[in-house]
Design a protein around this ligand. Structure first.
Ligand SMILES: [Zn+2]
Length: 406
């Protein structure tokens, strides 16, 4: 049992993924014996419909400077956030001397567009070395965690905000009520808080359980977000489904009654009702589907190994892969190595299962017949890049939305 972080109701897990290491904790062999584990359990609060981790490791264990993640390294992401910045400027930052705040502004991938348009802005980024990269680009950034106290400081120094935005950050924050209280204070009367995170509806429909890992404490739906923000006098006035990160939702939030609620909100809420997002049975089904996906993947990898006489090679040492490998108990006997282009991860080992991570030139040396695709959410980009492998008939093993060879 645990207490819901949103509404204080007691709730239980619907699935335990067992002992799990830190998802992004790629490590050298000398650190194997001190590796940290926690039991990763996910529960559904039947009172407010929030899906959440029962326990989350301390943030110092998950986010440290060695594993800093720089958003601008991805071309697809750069275009995504340029579009978002353009829509902020045309819809919300149109008044006199507008002011935009971003929570978890990373290396300034979104704010750089506002900065170059001369718009007053402030990024809040807890990771000091990531914040420094943004500052070098001329983006106003403070290194801090956003909460109610920081919101008060921002109001004092800069005034209230026309927009507060955040991407792939809000679902990381367990002390969410302090964040929402700060947002409610910091927004101008008609200001908008716009955030995007992986969408629970996609996780249920695609059985994409690898979205579940230590950093993500909440798995949001429009239903649970509405319930959560109500407590702070806020309401959901628009939603936009996004095809990034395997399916995300962008939520548009304002002070209750300050903006017209779009029909899309009603449509998404009705879809969620149909999907059973408010019913405990839905999560029992999800658990069975996750177990089925695990059993099929292990069976398929064993078959490929038997046919080719050697373990499979995997592609993309993602945080998501840590959940799959540890939950399915897939180790070096089934996967020879994981290929990844990130220099920081190369020559280290995967968290928990200790599969070697190697540079991508190892793929051609091994001439595999099959590769397991962990970065399935970037499938199109990868297919375009790996033409040599595809042209000589190399096959891909995927497990979302179903386990199959393509
Ligand atoms: Zn609750």
């Amino acid at each position: 049992m645990a207490t819901c972080r949103i509404c204080d109701t007691l709730y239980e897990e619907f699935i335990s993924f067992g002992e799990m290491p830190i998802a992004n904790g790629f490590l050298p062999p000398e650190d194997f014996d001190q590796e940290y584990y926690f039991e990763m359990k996910v529960g559904f609060c039947s009172s407010c419909s929030m899906v959440q981790l029962l326990e989350q490791p301390q943030r110092e264990r998950m986010f440290h400077e060695d594993y800093a993640f720089f958003s601008s390294l991805s071309k697809g992401q750069t275009a995504h956030f340029k579009n978002f910045a353009d829509s902020l400027m045309s819809e919300y930052l149109t008044g006199d001397d507008p002011f935009a705040v971003e929570i978890g502004s990373n290396d300034g991938i979104m704010l750089q567009n506002l900065a170059s348009a001369g718009i007053r802005h402030l990024g809040v980024e807890p990771s000091e070395n990531v914040a420094n990269v943004a500052r070098e680009k001329g983006i106003n950034t403070i290194s801090s965690f956003f909460d109610e106290k920081l919101a008060a400081d921002i109001i004092e120094k800069h005034g209230r905000a026309d927009t507060i935005s955040s991407a792939n950050v809000i679902c990381h924050i367990p002390y969410i009520h302090s964040v929402l209280a700060g947002i409610a204070k910091l927004l101008k009367p008609r200001g908008a808080f716009i955030f995007e995170d992986p969408y629970l509806g996609d996780i249920i429909e695609k059985v994409s359980y690898d979205q579940i890992y230590d950093e993500h404490v909440f798995y949001f739906s429009a239903t649970s977000v509405s319930n959560m923000i109500k407590q702070h006098g806020l309401e959901l006035f628009d939603v936009e489904h996004l095809n990034v990160h395997g399916g995300s939702m962008r939520y548009f939030i304002a002070k209750k009654g300050s903006r017209k609620v779009t029909e899309d909100v009603q449509t998404v809420l009705a879809n969620e009702e149909r999907l059973g997002i408010t019913l405990p049975e839905t999560y029992e089904t999800l658990r069975r589907n996750i177990e089925g996906s695990r059993d099929q993947l292990v069976k398929l990898l064993n078959e490929i190994k038997a046919a080719q006489g050697s373990p499979v090679i995997a592609y993309g040492a993602t945080s998501k892969s840590t959940t799959v490998l540890n939950y399915c108990n897939i180790g070096p006997d089934l996967i020879a190595f994981i290929s990844d282009t990130t220099p920081l991860k190369q020559n280290k080992f995967s968290p928990g299962m200790h599969i070697p991570i190697k540079a991508s030139d190892e793929i051609e040396k091994n001439q595999p017949s099959h590769m397991l695709l962990f970065a399935w959410n970037h499938m199109q980009e990868i297919m375009n890049k790996e033409t040599a492998y595809n042209n000589r008939g190399g096959k891909w093993v995927v497990y979302v939305p179903e386990v199959k060879v393509i």
